[in-house]
Design a protein around this ligand. Sequence first.
Ligand code: ATP
Ligand code: MG
Ligand code: MG
Length: 366
Amino acid sequence: SPTLGILGGGQLAQMLALAALPLGVRVVVLEPDPQAPARLCAEHLRAPYTDPAGLERLAACDAVTLEFENVPVEALAALSGRVPVRPGGELLARSKHRAREKEALRAAGVETAPFVTVEGEADLTGALEAVGGRGILKTSELGYDGKGQVRVSGDAELRQGWEALGRVPCVLEGFVSFEREVSLAVARTASGEVAFGPLVENVHRAGILRTSLFPTAAPEGTEDRARESARAVAEAWGLEGLLTLEFFQLPDGGLLVNEVAPRVHNSGHLTQDGGGVSQFGAQVRAVLGLPLTDWAPLLPCAMVNIVGTANGAAPNWAAIDALPGTRRHLYHKAPRPGRKVGHVNLVAPDRETLRERLARLETLIP
Ligand code: ATP
Ligand code: MG
Ligand code: MG
């Protein structure tokens, strides 16, 4: 049976492994953290990402994929030419660096918010004006869940923000007054076959994804436009594997790409329980060159993230389990404030029932 190597052993690796097993695929993860979520359902190589023996084992797999973009370049270099790494190093180099990513999105013909790159203090002059007077300063590297970004609406704030972020290379983006946030994933095999995930609507709370919903309330034609952007990026960047685009949908119906994740995405978790192929199965198939189809849920569905709270308040599991259509997905991680430790998926036979059950579910998750 084929073996898939994964760089990283977090919850995305855990769920990739859970989707790979029924496809007859075994999973090996290279992950230093002894408590990493994927430890329970995959062969766990407990070593640094650059460990020679660990990389040797991954090189013996049929293909290697990843569950986060900050993989050391040394690890990719060690695997290069020995085993297909999907997505490959060039695509990863873009998607782990906001400025390069935005430039590469524009080069692919896709629209983004106005932005200016900030490499040094001199770049701050006139920057806010250039993006419309109000913006978000984001570190070019390592940000996630809204970490490494500050909202700024004046030059003094911009300067303070840059200090607060540690004077590291940043991108200043114009503030977008969007109508809603949506996302969509695309998969592409090495032979150029393309398939799409569903258009999903996302609601954030304190910079962290709280809820995803399918289908969206976006205007007619939004999904087609999102697919067009996704296909353009997949083809221009030579995608092998799966990537997810986050979009801002504007009041006039237009779409701007916010950012790209070169992998399955938190907003796609609802595909696990909506029926049909999940995003995890789709990534496994795309990476191994197995037959690919679009993967949209067959039923209306939603997802609510479980995030560690400052006061230790926990979800009401008894009530959640008693609510029809729910399914828990726990990551076996110790809860810490602001840390994603699981999610609950919810399905319903129709949108109205989904709305009712989701309102109830939200009250059960602090
Ligand atoms: P993720 O966990 O999705 O990787 P991240 O830390 O990379 O998050 P972003 O996706 O860039 O951060 O931003 C987080 C959220 O902040 C967005 O989903 C959106 O709600 C809001 N946001 C980001 N950029 C802008 C913008 N230019 N204008 C308005 N809101 C924005
Ligand atoms: Mg991000
Ligand atoms: Mg984001």
